[in-house]
Each structure stands twice: as structure tokens, then as C-alpha cells.
Write a protein that binds this ligand. Structure first.
Ligand SMILES: *Cc1c(COP(=O)(O)O)cnc(C)c1O
Length: 361
């Protein structure tokens, strides 16, 4: 099963910011990277990347892993014993896109909190935590997603992060940040990554989203936590050898592609403003804070699948169907501002086209 294999050639791809390809300069950095054995801590380019991330996040230790999913799942397995419970938002990535790994790998229960665009409150944490009891699972870990992917790229305000993590600690829980797009929040709000990370026992950043590296994510925390992470990295086959080839791409990404995330945010806002006036689109452009635009199709039997297929067929534009009537478009460094009006016009004219309109009337 290959998901979302397109039947038509793609000219503009806003399906995800994971679609970025390494630039010539990034490939050059990869090709010329100094390398050694990562498992032994002897890969110099990996060590450069880890030092950079430790500094950015203000954490004692960090480790390179193949993916953000592995960061979440190793963190969960370190923080939880089988039967323990993780609290996270009902839209959170591990609930929808990690193939059941919290159950399969950590043996953990997950309890979903119904936040607002991925963001919940300390009162909701208090209400979700089980009182100590012989019968209830133990709530041991709180996980926060910055930015919230299915929440439409919404940034957790620092105040809210502090209040939910304070609540978690009051209940004796540990805390984890899924920072797949942490730097989108940093660039959008001006709050330092260190400040967002400080309240958490563990944090990961993805190098392969808007930052544009081809492989890799970094998980950070204190020394004791990272020692435990290393055991699972080894056990689950995530320990590498000459990983400097990919670490160099990550260092390049953090050095060159972080501040330009602001361009992706401006492009997402532009797209949102251009399509929000269409009578069949439900979208508040002021809700777009970073590089993700999520909208609903209104007043029609046209489904999100119909619209995405029509867009691809007519214009070679790919966006994602994320619900019966919900569409997601994600801006990234391989799609320039000049393409945005083309995308907006294509979406509006697809919704106006006879093809889709007659299905809706
Ligand atoms: C993409 C993503 C992940 C997983 O990262 P991969 O590197 O694709 O495994 C985890 N959490 C969020 C919020 C994501 O968007």
C-alpha cells in the first residue's frame, strides 16, 4: 500500500513540508562532511549537530535519530512502563500517524484531551489525570505538540506551555515536547527555543520538515534521560555509523533555513487570505500563524478527496485531504511566493468548475 500516489504529474506540491529536497549547497555540505562511528560517539559532524541543538534547546544531552516518530516513541518508552498513561491532544501525531506505536512499543495507554486547535488548558490536564487508585492507569507523561500540526500550525503560547507543564508536575508527571515544527513557532513568535523547551524533560526537533534536511531528528534531555534513550536506540536498530552525512545536512538546515521559515509563514497567510473569501471555503485567515493552512469545504457534496483529485488533474497542484471536507496545504522552501496566487486561483476555480459544482448542487 503506497499512500497518496498521484495519478497526474505534480507541478506544485503543498502536501507537506517534508517534501523539500536538499539543495546543492546542502548536498555539498553532506558530501564533504567529516565522518566517524556514531555509535561510539566518534562522528565529528554528528557531534557538531548535537552541540548546536543542545545549545538551541538548552538541554544537557542530545541524540540523533532517523525520524521524529522514533524520537516520540523512544521518549514514550523511556518515560512510561507498560500500562502507564500518556496525556496528549486528540489531534496529536502519535495518536494518528505513528502506527499504534505508543501501544506497540511502550505498552502505554494514551488519553486524548480535546483542545482548541491542538492547545489544551491546565484545567483539562487536571480533569484528565486519574486520581491515585488501584484501578486506574497511572498518568505519567504529558506531551505537547509545538506547533500543532492538525491544529493548523497553531503555536502554543509560552504561558499556556508553562501552565500545563506546571499542572503535570503537580501530579508528579513527566513532560515531553513534540517539537517537529518548534522552529516555526520560534520564528513566528520570537520566543527562544530554549524558553519553549525549558519546562520539558524531553524535546525533539525534526530536521526534515520546514528546515529542509532529507533525514533525521534530534531528541534532547538530561544526561540520565539520554543514557536511557541510547539503550533503546541501540535495541531498536536506530544506532548509526557514518551519520555525519545526514548530520551535516541538519547543521546546514539549522544554520541556513531557520530564519527563512518566515517566508513560508507569509506564503501560508497569503494563500489563506486569497481563498478565504470564496463562498465555499470555511477559513479564518487570522488563525494561520505558521506554514499550515487547514480549511473546510462548505455547502456542497464535494468531498476533500474530490477537490484534491480535481486540483491535481487540472493544475498539477497537490494538497492533502485530511477529513471528509477538510483540506491541508503546507508551505515550504521549495514553493516560492510566485506560486501562491496560482494555487489560490486553482482551488477557487476547481470549486467553481462544473465538474465539482454539479456534484454539489
Ligand atoms: C512529522 C511529525 C512527526 C514525525 O516526524 P517524522 O520525522 O516524519 O517521523 C511527529 N510529530 C509531528 C507533529 C509531526 O508533524
Amino acid at each position: 500500500m503506497i499512500p497518496n500516489t498521484p495519478d497526474w504529474p505534480i507541478k506544485i506540491d503543498l502536501y507537506s513540508d517534508t517534501l523539500t529536497r536538499p539543495s546543492e549547497a546542502m548536498r555539498h555540505a553532506m558530501a564533504s562532511a567529516e565522518v566517524g562511528d556514531e555509535q561510539k560517539g566518534e562522528d565529528p559532524s554528528t557531534n557538531v549537530l548535537l552541540n548546536l541543538v543542545r545549545e538551541l534547546l538548552g538541554k544537557e544531552e542530545a541524540v540523533l535519530l532517523p525520524s521524529g516518530t522514533m524520537c516520540n516513541e523512544i521518549a514514550f518508552a523511556v518515560h512510561c512502563r507498560p500500562g502507564d498513561e500518556i496525556l496528549l491532544d486528540s489531534t496529536a501525531h502519535p495518536l494518528h500517524y505513528e502506527a499504534g506505536a505508543p501501544a506497540a512499543l511502550a505498552g502505554a495507554m494514551v488519553r486524548a484531551i480535546d483542545g482548541d486547535h491542538g492547545i489544551f488548558t491546565a484545567e483539562q490536564v487536571d480533569a484528565a489525570v486519574h486520581p491515585a487508585s488501584r484501578y486506574a492507569p497511572q498518568s505519567v507523561l504529558l506531551s505537547v505538540e509545538q506547533t500543532s500540526n492538525l491544529g493548523g500550525g497553531r503555536c502554543w503560547p509560552l504561558e499556556d506551555i508553562r501552565s500545563v507543564t506546571t499542572a503535570a508536575r503537580r501530579h508528579g508527571m513527566r513532560t515531553h515536547m513534540d517539537g517537529a515544527r518548534l522552529f516555526n513557532a520560534v520564528v513566528a513568535t520570537g520566543v527562544a527555543a530554549q524558553d519553549y523547551s525549558a519546562p520539558f524533560d524531553s524535546v525533539f526537533i525534526d530536521l526534515t520538515k520546514g528546515l529542509g534536511a532529507p533525514i533525521g531528528a534530534v531528541l534532547a534531555g538530561d544526561r540520565d534521560f539520554i543514557d536511557k534513550v541510547w539503550r533503546l536506540k541501540q535495541r531498536w536498530g536506530g544506532a548509526m555509523r557514518q551519520s555525519g552525512i545526514i548530520a551535516a545536512a541538519g547543521t546546514y538546515a539549522l544554520t541556513h533555513n531557520m530564519h527563512r521559515l518566515a517566508d513560508d509563514h507569509a506564503n501560508a497567510l497569503l494563500l489563506a487570505e486569497m481563498i478565504a473569501t470564496h463562498p465555499r471555503i470555511l477559513l479564518d485567515p487570522t488563525s494561520v500563524q505558521t506554514n499550515i493552512v487547514i480549511f473546510d469545504i462548505l455547502n456542497t457534496t464535494t468531498t476533500a478527496e474530490d477537490l484534491t483529485r480535481q486540483l491535481l488533474q487540472d493544475s498539477g497542484i497537490r494538497v492533502g485531504a485530511f477529513g471528509p471536507t477538510t483540506i491541508r496545504a503546507v508551505t515550504h522552501l521549495d514553493v516560492g511566493t510566485d506560486k501562491i496566487p496560482l494555487v489560490a486561483e486553482a482551488i477557487c476555480s476547481a470549486l467553481d468548475s462544473k465538474n465539482l459544482a454539479t456534484q454539489g448542487e
